[in-house]
Every structure is written in structure tokens, then in C-alpha cells.
Design a protein around this ligand. Structure first.
Ligand code: 3PY
Ligand code: MG
Length: 254
């Protein structure tokens, strides 16, 4: 059931990819996001009520509309990560990675031997074990899977040069909200120190030749991030819908 990973290819080619977090269970919202033209959706199983069962139907919906589905997991644990890969998501985004060792552990969790130590079984990703031989599936899965390493603490920022040397990372993603609180300004992402830290991380990640990702607040912010070289640009489906509703209510009465 694995699909060729278009998102991985576009990012490796330096293309700007637009995505959004979705933190409520809705295959319908996945379909709307795909029809609307997003490149990818990150199903948020960190900050949200979802487990693998609801994520699985959202992954199905994404594939129906040509959207790449990733899952943000809650923990950097092999047993957690594998359940979200086994449903045939295109990869995982792992939060709170604070050291090169954390990132190495995540990279090993998403790949099978010889590149990692992901547990192997005839899961949905492996066509339930009734498609290609598992031995043929393994190298394809290893080549197509995506790992997005999320840095969002002062410790991670300090460890960034070493983090950037770890193999097997497709995108380094800066989490501005948790970073703002780690820097002592909880929820104040536009504080100059927070902004300067984010900008420094963006430059370092680009210099290392890695795709860089982060969240955007609105269209103007998305454009300014793209100008700085961010190619994995992440909005939020709930916020996008809420803004559209608010604009409708405001403008229809005007
Ligand atoms: C953060 O900003 O802390 C994130 O995790 C982004 O989703
Ligand atoms: Mg965070």
C-alpha cells in the first residue's frame, strides 16, 4: 500500500511545499485539503485526540486525493513510531528532539535493517503481507519513508550543528511555540529573541543543505518564511477554516 513519496522528492529538489497540521479526526478535512491543493497534511497525534485507528482512515482519504499524509507522533519511541508508519503514512514528524542521539534514535525507528531497527510485519504499509514479498517491500519502504526532525528547545538549538550531521533526516522543522517558551517567552513567537533564534536556525539548516520547515501564522508570514528559504511551510487546517468562516461572516454583512 506504499505510494511513491512525492513530497520527499519535491523537497529534495528544493521545491517549496505547502502543508498544514490537522489535529482533529476528519477524513473529510483531509479530502478538502487535497482538493484545495496542499502538498501534505501532518495528522497531529501529539497535540490531539487521535491514535492509529483514526489516523488510518485519514491516511486513506489523503491517498484518494493525491495528498501526502504524515503523522506527528507524541513520543520518540520505536513502538509508537512504528504504529503510525504501519498504517501507510508517508512518514513521521517527531517532536522534542534535543540531541543528535535523539535524532539518531528517530532515524533508526523509521527504517528497517540494515538502515534501522523498525519492527517488520505484514501490515497495511506492507500490503498486509499479500502483495509484494516482504523482502521486496523493505528496501522500498526504507527509500520512501520520511523523517521530519522537530527542534523546539534551547537545548536542541545548541545541539543543532551536531543534529545536522545525522543521516536519514528529510526535513529539520523548527517549532516556534515550544521554542518561545523554552526561551522564556511562552506563546510570544514574535519576540525579537525568539525571531532571531528561529532565523539563525533557518540559516544553519540551509547551510547544511537540509530542507527546513516551520509553521506560518498567515499568508504574509508564509511568504516571508519562503523568502528566507523555508520549503516545508506548515499552516493549520482548523485556523484556515476558522479564518475563512470569520471572513465570510464579516464580509457577508458588510
Ligand atoms: C511548536 O511550535 O511548538 C510546534 O510544535 C509546531 O507545531
Ligand atoms: Mg511543539
Amino acid at each position: 500500500m506504499l505510494r511513491p513519496n512525492e513530497l520527499k522528492r519535491k523537497l529534495a529538489a528544493g521545491q517549496v511545499c505547502l502543508g498544514a497540521m490537522l489535529n482533529f479526526p476528519s477524513p473529510h478535512a483531509m479530502e478538502i485539503a487535497g482538493i484545495g491543493g496542499l502538498d501534505f497534511v501532518i495528522i497531529d497525534a501529539e497535540h490531539g485526540p487521535m491514535g492509529p485507528e483514526s489516523c488510518e482512515n485519514m491516511v486513506r482519504a489523503a491517498h484518494l486525493v493525491g495528498l501526502t499524509p504524515l503523522v506527528r507522533v507524541a513520543q520518540n519511541e520505536p513502538q509508537v513510531i512504528l504504529r503510525y508508519l504501519d498504517i501507510a503514512s508517508a512518514g513521521v514528524q517527531v517532536p522534542m528532539l534535543n540531541s543528535a542521539e535523539d535524532v539518531r534514535q528517530a532515524a533508526a525507528s523509521v527504517r528497517y535493517v540494515p538502515l534501522g531497527r523498525r519492527g517488520l510485519a505484514g501490515t497495511r504499509a506492507a500490503s498486509y503481507g499479500v502483495g509484494p514479498q516482504l523482502s521486496e517491500y523493505v528496501p522500498v519502504a526504507n527509500a520512501e519513508v520520511m523523517l521530519v526532525a522537530q527542534i523546539e528547545t534551547v537545548g536542541a538549538v545548541e545541539a543543532l550543528p551536531e543534529i545536522l550531521t545525522v543521516e536519514g533526516v528529510d526535513v529539520v522543522f523548527i517549532g516556534p511555540t515550544d521554542l518561545s517558551q523554552s526561551l522564556g517567552y511562552p506563546g510570544r513567537q514574535t519576540e525579537p529573541l525568539v525571531q532571531a533564534t528561529i532565523d539563525r536556525c533557518i540559516a544553519q539548516i540551509r547551510e547544511a543543505g537540509k530542507p527546513v520547515g516551520t509553521t506560518c501564522r498567515d499568508i504574509t508570514h508564509a511568504r516571508s518564511l519562503i523568502d528566507k528559504g523555508v520549503t516545508y511551510v506548515v499552516g493549520n487546517i482548523g485556523a484556515l477554516l476558522a479564518r475563512a468562516v470569520r471572513d465570510f461572516v464579516r464580509d457577508a454583512r458588510a
